[in-house]
Design a protein around this ligand. Structure first.
Ligand SMILES: Nc1ncnc2c1ncn2[C@@H]1O[C@H](COP(=O)(O)OP(=O)(O)OP(=O)(O)O)[C@@H](O)[C@H]1O
Length: 457
């Protein structure tokens, strides 16, 4: 393993033995020749290298093997096969409070855990006040951990792992437990550690956190690594997986049933047989059977970063316009825009929901909504109908380049046709402000009369 590699996993597999009834475990002990257990492979042939200073996000559905993988890296679980090499001191925030003795006080557990993490008594003494202050559990630090709430356990656990300067930090869904303020402090501390060069493995169901924090992400599925790549693409594929029946959901669209949308191509239809006649205007916010004007598709249209869906409905055109009906790919902040999406029903659909999300270039969702959230009822289409949905949005984004994701899905979230980052548009802002959104603040100032000031003093 080279110096630059912090974690190396080679052909790691983990097999659990599962028993139908707990008593079967005892039976097997007594009669070993009559095996009662069924093998269950939680991990299969995992190969992964994590570089020094890299922050790797791990996403995947429940039961996909994320925690098993982290426990193997942390050394709390032995793989059934394969080699693990870890270069540096690992601090792991795994299951809630694992590593804490419930009979010990918080203080005793801090010292106990600190020693396990390889710190000397003196080093822990020097850090104790910082850890206790970070945990913010007040006098509870002197009480046995068994009297803590789950939130308090997580606070203390995070305070210990994040303040003992690990060279490798493993965080498994920790942030899901605490309150919003604590989550924000944890993220801040994780970012500080990242800046200091700590290697981080970060498991989260929150795509935005993975995109903001990580340089790379892996998608786990049924104990295997399905994909490794940019956090934006991997989390898009993760969402595709969640809203579909299986990993085949995000095969390149051309391999399934969808038209290819080529970069810079003015026409999103690959097959001319697929092309509806041009013409038709849209006056309603939602109208069916109107023939959309497909000629005007596109300057900002590109290959979606991920497109998936079962194809019952097909997104056939998307454009951003001003309220006068002119297509836009660049506009001033504050412009009222209309995002118009044309959808073709390939079958009768009783539960259609059409949604949009606007993301920045890191993939962070700045705004998202859908027809169900707005109207509280699904859309109904019959086979062959064209639906045009337009979202009227007063666009107060600050200057920058943004992407538009559009989706047609069922009420339960099954993807019919979902195109991530299909349109790219630019907002410019002649006003001066910082941040992602221009809230168009006005200021007023006045000098308080001196007598009033004096009275206050
Ligand atoms: N001790 C065990 N005995 C038997 N099966 C286990 C054991 N621990 C985990 N598993 C199984 O291994 C699979 C992977 O579990 P793991 O906890 O690693 O998944 P995960 O991706 O972390 O899930 P989650 O997001 O729900 O935490 C699951 O099917 C789980 O039921």
């Amino acid at each position: 393993m080279t110096e630059s590699v912090a974690i190396s996993l080679r052909q790691i597999s983990k097999c659990y033995r599962r028993y139908t009834h707990p008593v079967d475990r005892l039976r097997e002990l007594l009669l070993p020749e009559r095996v009662q257990a069924k093998e269950f492979w939680a991990l299969r042939d995992i190969n992964l290298e994590v570089f020094q200073g890299e922050t790797l996000g791990i996403v995947g559905q429940n039961g996909s093997g994320k925690s098993t993988l982290l426990q193997i890296v942390a050394g709390t679980l032995t793989p059934s096969a394969g080699e693990v090499h870890v270069n540096g001191r690992v601090s792991a925030l795994l299951e809630l409070g694992s590593g804490f003795n419930p009979e010990f006080t918080g203080r005793q557990n801090v010292f106990f855990n600190g020693r396990i993490l390889g710190l000397s008594q003196k080093e822990i003494e020097a850090k104790f006040d910082t850890i206790a202050a970070f945990a913010e559990i007040g006098d509870f630090i002197e009480q046995p951990v068994k009297t803590y709430s789950s939130g308090m356990i997580m606070r203390l656990a995070f305070a210990v792992v994040a303040n003992t300067e690990p060279s490798i930090l493993i965080v498994d869904e920790a942030l899901a437990v605490g309150d919003a303020r604590f989550q924000a402090r944890c993220m801040k501390r994780i970012r500080q550690l990242k800046e200091q060069g700590t290697t981080i493995l970060f498991v989260s169901h929150d795509s935005s956190s993975v995109k903001m924090l990580c340089e790379r992400a892996v998608l786990m599925n049924h104990g295997c690594i399905l994909e490794s790549g940019s956090p934006k693409e991997v989390t898009n594929h993760y969402i595709a997986l969640l809203s579909s029946d299986g990993p085949e959901a995000f095969l390149p669209i051309s391999e399934k049933f969808m038209p290819v949308i080529a970069a810079g191509n003015e026409d999103i239809y690959e097959n001319s047989l697929d092309r509806p006649r041009s013409g038709g205007t849209v006056t309603d916010t939602m109208s069916t059977n109107a023939e959309p004007n497909f000629e005007s598709i596109a300057l900002g249209t590109r290959d979606p970063s991920c497109r998936h869906g079962v194809g019952i409905a097909k997104i056939s055109a998307v454009k951003i316009m001003n309220l006068q009906g002119q297509e836009l790919i660049k506009f001033e902040t504050g412009t009222a825009i209309s995002i118009e999406i044309s959808i073709l029903a390939n079958e009768d659909i009783l539960d259609l929901v059409v949604g949009i999300s606007i993301r920045n270039l890191v993939g962070l969702v700045l705004y998202g909504t859908n027809t169900f959230l707005i109207h509280r009822e699904p859309l109904v289409l019959t086979r062959g109908q064209h639906l045009i949905v337009s979202f009227k949005v007063p666009c107060h984004l600050n200057r920058g380049v943004y992407t538009l994701t559009v989706a047609a899905h069922s009420e339960e979230g099954l993807s019919y046709d979902w195109a991530d980052e299909l349109l790219v548009f630019e907002v410019f802002n002649s006003g001066k402000c910082d941040g992602l959104i221009d809230l168009q603040a006005k200021t007023e100032s006045c000098i308080e009369p001196t007598t009033e000031l004096l009275r206050q003093i």
